[in-house]
Design a binder for this molecule. Sequence first.
Ligand code: SPD
Length: 352
Amino acid sequence: MKRNTMIFALILLITLIGLMGCGKDRQTLYIFNWSDYIDPTLISEFEEANNCKVKYSTFDSNENMLTKVKSSIQSFDILFPSGDHVSILNELGLLEELDITKITNFKNLNTKLLAKARSFDPENKLSIPYAWGLTGLMYNKQFVPSEIVASAGWNILGDSFFDGKNKITMLDDAREVIGAALIYSGYSVNDTSPEALEAAHEVLKIWDRNITQFDSDSYKNELQDGTTWLAQAYNGDALQQMAENPDLAFILPKEGAAMWMDNMVMLKNAQNKELAYKFIDFMLDPEISKRNSEYIMYPTPNIAAMQMMDADFINNKIINPDDEYLDKCYMIDFLDEAVRSIDQIYEDIKMN
Ligand code: SPD
């Protein structure tokens, strides 16, 4: 009996030591990304390859991400902000300057897109381009005829077809909402001159009569069940929904669209920088990046991955519009203090 107890205690001890050893080796990486913006199988593959755990959380707007990052006791290692928010995070002193020598797959990035990224990261040392896209309109063809969306362009948001129906949503994103009204009024999304903003504000007051909510996530389900008929939406998110439901459609409005690039950044107070470098490098591997891009349906700035894409992806005009359309698109730039006037209009529209 005594001998059995000793053997049992020994086995228990060995098991405990083993478990403690595992826990010590198994590091945790904290990632904060947009919703519906990664192939989840890649997370498990990374965990397995690196004997680690990834704690993955999501946000649905840059503003929500920033609020959480500023207020969170639990910090993150890697975030995926859009370009203008790379500058904002950097101004707040939150970003780690990256050691590019630790990212061997950096060479796969498209140099033209790296040049564009220098507008928010002048030395390409704070952020690694992840995906880019355009913002347009998604709608349910059961309720909205495609012809009226195509001919009205952005002004479909104020079209009398929707009067009194309460069936339209716009994104919960000041730059996107004011940006759409600026483009419709003939200005760039970065124009903060009083004339441009006055014109956009007037247009938004009219559109707002049809808008039920400013929301960046629940519109996806609502478009399926008819609660919402038409919504401002990101192109890749729309394609993901359209793959599930043939009644859904997406259009890049004739006047042009806002363009953006999302990026991987590391926080200065990241707990696990070496593992964070490994994750960034993993995501830049051409094969991994290709798989991810096909899953999220956004183009990747990884030129080696893009060269391997199927023709269906490359020729999809929602993903890759032709140059004539791209000439009418504006990258959402960092506006520093001038963004306040955009935020004020957005608050005014949301409150009234
Ligand atoms: N579900 C992924 C959505 C990505 C949106 N990117 C940024 C938009 C910036 N206005």
